[in-house]
Design a protein around this ligand. Structure first.
Ligand code: ATP
Ligand code: MG
Length: 464
């Protein structure tokens, strides 16, 4: 079991999950073990902790029919560090059709190149069951030319094609043992995240692993091993080659992770932020030689992420639209100010600026129009919270707007980040509660007032 290590996302050492200085002392430096026999350890306690899980039934049935089958990946890692696994993945020697035949009523095959079997239990639980595969050399995840036949392999090959040592552990619930071909146990004990095999090969092979490394390191409070970190820095440009939707998905996961602050600092330090969200990276100023104004802006953004993390720890899950709005709000404010605007020309209307800042991401990340539209309106509506009520702005109607709850979520985070505006936030919460009690007649009256407020003033007739 790894010792408790507090995460220190504010640390200046990008590879450190601990306060600077302590990090290297006891970090194991041994490379992953060579091909051959796995290290085997007893794992009775872990298996006891998950008794009754449907994944165990899947494994037991596969094994009874003569196949090898294990729990693999994230669930084994999470159990070892004392976290509750999100889901349970199974790896087996059985081919997809053989698996399908063993679970005729509750399984179906998915995927084109890598065929997987989803075995369903009840409404919620799906056990993803994958046949052992070996990664043919030089093949990238998004290369569609390889057929499925030549990718099946042994359990050991399947362990070795995985990304990080701590993700390459196999748990056999029947013998209650963990099989480790990749040095993952040692790294879990040492709180170390490193690639399986040479990071200078494994990182460029699939640059999304840069984001995955950051996600796991911050989530687990693990240090990123030096050579792995170096490969991440050396290859951050390669993220340009990765499929934008896959990259965006990982960015959103980082935003929602509860360790967004540490994750985004690492993204920035390894150069990935400059590739993924260049406008945001620039907004935060240069890594070296930053001015006071740069520091202030960066600090504001880090505080926003810190506030978000606190709420995520309490169970808050920001929607995609809120996550996007949070990443772009400060830039919109900056672009709307003639003094600080970086875009061409003077600032256009606030509404236009809100669309402008989201443009780069919505263009190439293939974000849904719905999410971008919502994010734009959430940013736009931030100014409503400080707007004076009048004929042109009816607070009650604002409270009933579709995006109001999400806009209020972002406003709350902004108040917390700045350490001011809390009374205003509470006043809006109260108002929104009373607005939802408004009767039909009162609402109609509000709408009439708003319409009148929007009407253009009549031109005065010239008296000639
Ligand atoms: P999470 O708890 O976030 O789901 P996870 O470890 O289960 O973490 P998944 O993305 O669900 O991560 O992937 C399951 C497993 O598949 C990983 O643990 C890893 O072994 C393997 N894997 C996933 N993505 C990659 C990749 N890009 N390269 C190599 N192996 C990968
Ligand atoms: Mg998973």
């Amino acid at each position: 079991m790894p010792p408790e290590r507090p995460l220190d996302p504010m640390s200046d050492d990008p590879t450190s999950a601990w306060p600077a200085g302590e990090a290297d002392a006891d970090a194991p430096t041994a490379p992953p073990r060579p091909s051959g026999a796995p290290r085997i350890v007893e794992a009775q306690e872990l298996v006891d902790a998950i008794s009754g899980e449907p994944a165990l039934r899947v494994i037991s049935r596969l094994q009874r029919h003569g196949h090898e089958a294990y729990l693999v990946g994230g669930c084994v890692r999470d159990l070892l560090v004392g976290l509750t696994p999100k889901d349970f993945d199974v790896a087996t020697s059985a081919h997809p059709r053989q698996v399908r035949r063993l679970f005729p009523r509750n399984s179906h095959i998915i995927g084109r190149r890598f065929r997987l079997v989803h075995i369903r239990y009840g409404h919620e639980t799906i056990i993803e069951t994958a046949t052992f595969r070996s990664e043919p050399e030089g093949v990238r995840e998004d290369d569609l030319l390889i057929t499925e036949d030549n990718t099946y392999g042994t359990a050991e090959e399947d362990a070795r094609r995985r990304d990080f040592t701590v993700n390459g552990l196999f748990l056999d619930p029947s013998s209650e043992r963990i099989l480790d071909w990749v040095g993952g146990l040692e790294d879990v004990e040492g709180g170390l995240l490193r690639t399986i095999g040479d990071p200078a090969v494994r990182i460029p092979e699939d640059p999304v692993r840069i984001l995955r490394a950051i996600k796991f390191a911050t989530r687990l409070g693990f240090r990123i091993e030096d050579a792995t970190w170096q490969a991440m820095c050396d290859n951050s440009r390669e993220l340009e080659r990765s499929a934008p939707p896959r990259v965006l998905e990982e960015i959103l996961r980082l935003v929602r992770s509860g360790t967004a602050l540490g994750a985004f600092r690492k993204l920035r330090q390894c150069g990935a932020l400059a590739v993924l969200l260049p406008e945001l990276d620039e907004h935060l100023g240069p890594l070296e030689g930053a001015s006071d104004a740069d520091h202030k802006r960066a600090d504001g953004f880090w505080r926003l992420l810190e506030a978000l993390d606190t709420h995520v720890h309490d169970g808050y899950e920001p929607s995609t639209a809120v996550a996007l709005a949070l990443l772009h709000h400060d830039m919109a404010e900056r672009e709307a100010d003639p003094e600080t605007r970086r875009g061409p020309g003077g600032p256009p209307e606030w509404q236009v600026v809100c669309g402008e800042v989201l443009e780069p991401l919505s263009g190439n990340a293939r974000l849904s129009r719905r999410d971008t539209g919502r994010a734009r309106r959430i940013i736009y509506q931030q100014r409503n919270f400080t707007r004076v009520a009048g004929r042109r702005f009816r607070p009650n109607l604002f409270c009933l707007a579709e995006e109001f709850p999400e806009s209020l979520e972002l406003f709350r985070l902004r108040c917390e980040a700045r350490g001011e505006g809390w009374d205003l936030y509470k006043a809006w919460v109260e108002r929104s509660e009373s607005a939802s009690d408004l009767g039909g007649d009162e609402l109609e009256a509000e709408k009439r007032r708003a319409r009148r407020g929007r009407r253009r003033p009549r031109r005065r007739k010239r008296s000639s």
